[in-house]
Design a protein around this ligand. Structure first.
Ligand SMILES: [Zn+2]
Ligand SMILES: [Zn+2]
Length: 197
């Protein structure tokens, strides 16, 4: 999802603030809104997500009483292993989301309960927005479960361990199922054509 935080912030004439803290106090959000940018090295993000570049994210925050609306978007690089051939794969991720924060007490309000069913509503106990945690969760959602170096990756040869389709590997030819041996000799002798029906 592209929330296009930057162009919206620009259209609203909101100044950009570099934020070095991981959490923002809700009372810090001025009536006209707030634009933040955070930039973190991979080591600053909890858990081993396989980040290969710094994470950069932009936030647009508005406060209406106790309710805070947050839009954010960002980019990062990821280094993962192909699930078939184990080769390293560099991915470039773009993430983004919008979340409405409500105080936890609002959770019991039946009118608010409807909203809680919607995606993108979170409840806060402490009046703060967990900027970095939001980014981390968004990246986690995008880390592929079974990454592939190419969609057609054939994986590794189970005999010699070479990457199939790239390195020369004769294991498969040399290792034919004995039940097919007779058929293969027919093919080789020309008695049988591979395309005959
Ligand atoms: Zn692969
Ligand atoms: Zn092989």
């Amino acid at each position: 999802m592209n929330t296009d935080v930057r162009s919206q912030a620009e259209a609203l004439g909101l100044p950009l603030r570099e934020e070095s803290r991981d959490r923002l106090q809700i009372r810090e959000i001025p009536p006209q809104g707030l634009v933040l940018r955070i930039r973190r090295d991979p080591s600053a993000i909890a858990g081993d997500l396989g980040l290969s570049t710094a994470v950069e994210a932009w936030f647009l925050l508005f406060r209406m009483g106790v309710e805070v609306s947050v839009r954010f978007e960002g980019t990062c690089g990821l280094r993962v292993c192909c699930s078939r051939c184990l080769e390293g794969v560099d991915l470039s991720l773009t993430f983004g989301s919008r979340v409405t924060f409500l105080p936890i007490a609002a959770e019991v309000d039946p009118e608010r309960e409807l909203m809680a069913d919607d995606l993108g509503v979170a409840f806060y106990r402490n009046p703060e927005i967990p900027l970095l945690e939001m980014v981390r969760e968004e990246i986690l959602l995008l880390v592929p479960m079974q990454p592939l170096c190419t969609p057609l990756c054939q994986g590794l040869c189970s005999k010699c361990g070479r990457r199939l389709g790239r390195a020369a590997c004769e294991c498969r030819d040399a290792d034919i199922d004995p039940r097919w041996k007779d058929l293969q000799s027919l093919l080789e002798s020309g008695t049988l054509s591979p395309r005959s029906s």
